[in-house]
Design a protein around this ligand. Structure first.
Ligand code: NAD
Ligand code: DAO
Ligand code: ZN
Ligand code: ZN
Length: 368
């Protein structure tokens, strides 16, 4: 079949809207009509050429929602008409990782997904007879895409695609880091570094689990009002203080119980660790730093009881947890609508990248 797609033909170039050929689903695979997709920082990171795993040409996009149109042989958990959210972190429920209680990083299709191909080692997309790669196993910048069954969460049918697509990455990453990875307790003091599409979701996650004090840190003063709307109690602009770490230690009388780095800046990762309370403070890295960058701190920071953690896709097991997060949205426990600042057709997708780079959007959503 044919599908309209925004293709990344080369690093650093705008996406091009073209018609691709798409092969139908093979055994264990599912054809999905994507109805909406968010444009995430990570798509921009890969498009920039800084992603060591990035390969071209590829159909980017990993934050979608849509409808199953066809299933391949052996698919049992999905049928045509089901509403789904693609999962860049799949959940096979059988591999060593899925069976381990401490991780969500299913490895069953990891190597082929990282190479931009389906589990059988080939791509379903082609352009003028030449293969075009998949991306993060999702490729939601195509109106139709093929995914393994284990990389799709079935969700309720009354949830709007143009909002729940954001649960495919940003919402789950932020809220999940609080609820699933760090298991923040009610009454905790939390610091969130970077109040973008991820950090604002960390803030609403912290509010949802009952954190008492939520300190937001951002260089962009316009993020203060949004942060407060999502539950932030204090705002710090690093430009207004001598030393952010010392400032947070002083304002909390010793440091925070939990901190989250939601930028991808290794210097900020150090600030986030070092503002965690001596003896018990834990810091979670969510931001993805550029290739080859390293974090540093004095080991005595850890000797004296701080711990450094990390979270991918919010620690969520996609097929199990994503439908629950859709319920939280439908039950008004979390707000997604306010964070979707722009909506556009596929033909305007490059505008979404421009708005992100200028810091003017929180989330842009492409609606097919
Ligand atoms: P974003 O660009 O929307 O937000 C980043 C925010 O950080 C902005 O508001 C910016 O003003 C602020 N900022 C930049 N430098 C700062 C500094 N030195 N001090 C304080 N604030 C600063 O980005 P996003 O979409 O929220 O993504 C954040 C990071 O999370 C990215 O690195 C992204 O790749 C990563 N990410 C990780 C996962 C995961 O599973 N771990 C998933 C999705 C995204
Ligand atoms: O299992 O080795 C692995 C890789 C898991 C990928 C998790 C990706 C999370 C960070 C990338 C940002 C996603 C938008
Ligand atoms: Zn993302
Ligand atoms: Zn698995």
């Amino acid at each position: 079949m044919k599908t309209q797609a925004a293709v990344a033909f080369a690093a650093g170039k705008p996406l091009e809207i073209v018609e691709l050929d798409l092969q139908g689903p093979q055994a264990g695979e599912v054809l999905v009509e994507i109805k909406a997709t968010g444009v995430c920082h990570t798509d921009a990171f890969t498009l920039s050429g800084d992603d060591p795993e990035g390969a071209f040409p590829a159909v980017l996009g990993h934050e979608g929602a849509g409808i199953v149109r066809e299933v391949g042989a052996g698919v049992t958990s999905l049928k045509p008409g089901d509403h789904v959210i693609p999962l860049y972190t799949p959940e096979c429920r059988e591999c060593e990782y899925c069976l381990h209680p401490k991780t969500n990083l299913c490895q069953s299709i990891r190597s082929t997904q990282g190479q931009g191909v389906m589990p059988d080692g080939t791509s379903r997309f082609s352009f003028e007879g030449k293969p075009v790669l998949h991306y993060m196993g999702c490729s939601t910048f195509s109106n139709y895409t093929v995914l393994p069954e284990i990389a799709l969460a079935k969700v309720r049918e009354d949830a709007p695609f143009d909002k729940i697509c954001y649960i495919g990455c940003g919402v789950t990453t932020g809220i999940g880091a609080v609820a699933f990875t760090m298991k923040v307790e009610p009454g905790s003091t939390v610091a969130v570094f970077g109040l973008g599409g991820i950090g604002l979701n960390v803030i609403q996650g912290a509010r949802m689990v009952g954190a008492d004090r939520i300190i937001g840190v951002d260089l962009n003063p316009a993020r203060e009002a949004l942060g407060r709307q999502f539950g932030m109690t204090d705002f710090v602009n690093p430009k207004d203080v001598d030393d952010v770490t010392q400032h947070i230690i002083e304002m909390t009388g010793g440091g925070v119980d939990y901190s989250f780095e939601c930028i991808g800046n290794v210097n900020v990762m150090r600030q986030a660790l070092e503002c965690a309370h001596k003896g018990w403070g834990q810091s979670c890295i969510i931001g993805v730093a550029g290739a080859g960058q390293e974090i540093s701190t004095r080991p005595f920071q850890l000797v004296t009881g701080r711990s450094w953690r990390g979270s991918a896709f919010g620690g969520a097991r996609g097929r199990t947890d994503v439908p629950k997060i859709v319920d939280w949205y439908m039950d008004n426990k979390i707000d997604i609508d306010t964070l979707i600042t722009h909506t556009m057709p596929l033909s305007d997708i490059n505008t979404a990248f421009d708005l992100m780079h200028k810091g003017e959007s929180i989330r842009s959503v492409v609606v097919y």
